[in-house]
Structures are given as C-alpha cells and as structure tokens.
Design a protein around this ligand. Structure first.
Ligand code: ZN
Length: 273
C-alpha cells in the first residue's frame, strides 16, 4: 500500500467507470492510498448497497458524495430521490449530489422548469434533513441546461439554498463553473456552511465532446490552484474529488495509471494554500 494521500483526494468513480466495478474502485483507492470515494448509484446497485457500505467502511474510506439525485423535472422524481437519500445515509456519505434536471418534458419554459426544481428540492429536503444527509446542488455548465440541469451558476444555486434554509448547499465542480466572472465572489458567499463538495478535472482546448471529454488536472486551462485557494479561504478544507468523464482518453487507460496520475497532478497543480 502506498503512503496515505496528503492532499485529501477523493475518487469519483466516473473517472474509471469503463474499467472498474465499484468493488475494484474501493480496492484501488485502498491500494493507492486515496482516502475518499464518491460512487455513482448504478455501480452501487450492481455491487449491492450493504456490501458496498461494508467494503467502504472496512477500508476506512470517506464517502465524499453519492452521485446522484435530482432530475426534479421528471414526473417520478420523488421515489428515486428518497431512495438516493436512504442509500447516502447507509453509506455515511457527506452529501447527496443533485443534478437538478433540465427543461420540463416538451417545454420551452425555463422559468417554470426552474420553479418546479425549487419545489422538487423543497419536497425532498425534509427527508434529507431527517436522514442527516446534506443535499449538494451542483450547478452545471449552461450547455447542459436543456437536458440535465437548469441551475447553471453558483449564484443561482446559492439563491435556491437561501430560499430553502438548512441542510442544503452546493457542489463546486470546476468543469461547470470555471468560466463564471462571479465565481470568486460566490464561493465567498457560499462559505463553509454551503460548500459541501469540490469536484476537479480540467477543461481541454479543444474539447471534442462536451460531456465525455474532460481533461486530467493540468492538461487544460482551469486555474485549479487559484480556485482551490478561494474555496479554502471560504472555509472548506475537505476533499477534492476527481471526476473525469473521458471516453477518448482516461477511460481507455489502465486504471492504476489513472489513479497514480490523479495523485501526482493534484499535488502538482491543484493544491490549495
Ligand atoms: Zn461533478
């Protein structure tokens, strides 16, 4: 086993989703001294919730988030989100990440879609509070507003949090927010109370596929150290979760190489203060 990771690195299992099952990812984190993990629910279902919870605990890993709940513009959102909250509770996750959903089916009404999202979150929030699972709204890049999330900036996400009160915050994923001129200001506004997760990767130039061509830290143009600095200044000193969707590159590689590279790159270019 290699030395424990000093930079609070967490592996979002999307990063090796084509190569590894969740069981293999848990084992891989343990072997590489990575102390955090963030599973996706399809992998969790495949492994079985109880077994996954047992293996994660046995390896002393912190679950930095469960991906994902949300999609509040779908008609059947409630049951699925309540199950996600239960799963997050069973895993002892630090938060449940919400990808809130795009436009209502067949609709062009962005305002109404956003109202439905607010209403949907407010319906599941009491259950999340009761289960002790903070909900983390992840604002997504506006290119995904139609299909995946029409909460697109940190400011917008924080407005929702403030409207709803306690037990809710944000997941700051650099891929989605790096371009925002209000990023520093809104990270400060979020503060320790609202920052629940920090996701990292890089933005490649050129980007060949908007969903599945994220870069490894250091291969693109995001100033990761600067953003990490803002986040730490705001009071969040928790894990950084590597989340790389990469059909053309990192999903094609040996996953042990992927994990080794993640560790090196976080130390080189994503370390905060
Ligand atoms: Zn993310």
């Amino acid at each position: 086993m290699s030395a424990p990771d000093p930079s609070l690195l967490s592996l979002n299992t999307a990063t090796i989703k084509k190569q590894w099952t969740l069981a293999q990812a848990i084992d891989g984190c343990a072997r590489h001294g990575i102390r955090g993990i963030a599973p996706w629910r399809d992998k969790l279902a495949e492994m079985g919730l109880k077994e996954a919870a047992r293996a994660i605990k046995a390896n002393g890993l912190t679950v930095t988030g469960l991906c994902r709940g949300g999609f509040f513009t779908a008609p059947d959102f409630l049951d699925d989100n309540l199950r996600a909250i239960e799963e997050a509770h069973e895993l002892g996750a630090q938060c449940l990440v919400l990808v809130v959903g795009g436009l209502l089916p067949g609709s062009k009404d962005l305002k109404l879609s956003r109202e439905k999202i607010l209403e949907g979150i407010s319906r599941i929030l009491p259950y999340a509070r009761k289960a002790g699972i903070p909900l983390a709204i992840e604002p997504l890049h506006p290119m995904q507003a139609a299909e995946r999330a029409c909460i697109n900036t940190l400011e917008q996400a924080l407005d929702v949090c403030e409207a709803l009160g306690d037990g809710i915050g944000v997941a700051v994923d650099v891929y989605h927010v790096w371009w925002d001129p209000k990023l520093e200001q809104q990270i400060k506004r979020a503060g320790r109370k609202r920052i629940l997760a920090h996701h990292i990767c890089d933005w490649l130039v050129p980007t060949r596929d908007l969903l599945n061509d994220r870069g490894m830290m250091g291969d693109g143009i995001i100033d990761l150290a600067r953003i990490r600095g803002w986040i730490e200044d705001a009071g969040y000193t928790g894990f950084q979760e590597v989340e790389i969707f990469s059909e053309l590159d990192w999903w094609q590689r040996d996953p042990d190489e992927v994990l080794r590279t993640c560790k090196e790159r976080v130390a080189e270019c994503a370390r905060g203060r």
